[in-house]
Design a protein around this ligand. Sequence first.
Ligand SMILES: Oc1ccc(S)c(O)c1
Ligand SMILES: [Zn+2]
Length: 266
Amino acid sequence: SLDWGYTDDNGPSTWAEKYPLAAGARQSPVDIDTSKATSDNSLVDREIDWSYPSNCSYRIVNTGYGWRVDTYGDDTALSGGPLSEVYKLEQFHCHWGATNDEGSEHTVDGKSYAAELHLVHWNSEKYSSFKEAASQPDGLAVLGVFMEIGNADNAELEKIISLIPKIIHKGQDSQASFDLDFGSLLPESKHYWTYLGSLTTPPCNECVIWTVFKEPITISERQLEVFRSLKSVGEEDAIEPEEGKLVKNYRPPLPLGNRVLRECGP
Ligand SMILES: Oc1ccc(S)c(O)c1
Ligand SMILES: [Zn+2]
């Protein structure tokens, strides 16, 4: 089974034992203390620009600590905002909690959202692979999108959620090509906070330029329950039906320390 996870005996407070980077000074997530955010001119008119194709083939996989959609980011591009180069979309995934009052990784003035979507991009202008980029301080650019519970399903996410019953157990995957409109996975407002941080899962490499959108998107309670139905163990692990469910997979915030937190947007 996994050597790290989100239970009491393998959760975030134990990660540094096997993954020393997890104890670094540039870790993610952080609490976004809005009174500390500077809106200096360094980002003025530097809005985040993305271009994602409307139809792509994807693979969704149960990693044992969540679901992850691997994209084949040929004609994807993320630029602008805090980024000096063009980044390609590698994958996206989500973090959530056991109840709706927790689940996001970043928090805003101490407030948690029910879940948080991460769209992971890598600096394909400077580096030749995602793996190489993940070892560099400017290697990855991750967009963080807060998710709150609303009455309506999120139609775009439903295309992904409908595949989850096929990957209930760790290691299972499903290939699908659907026209996913990424734009609708992002909020209307492009107002964001940005800071230098890390992967929020082991090995917690300090290689991420984070951009966290201020405005959440909404998903329904039913959709979030589907996330929680994923299992962290393989089909071969004989366990009771209710056991091994991935009811939460979020890392609590780490200190911002002396890092700069900038904000940009209307
Ligand atoms: O490549 C990545 C893995 C995990 C997480 S949380 C990321 O933000 C990027
Ligand atoms: Zn993540």
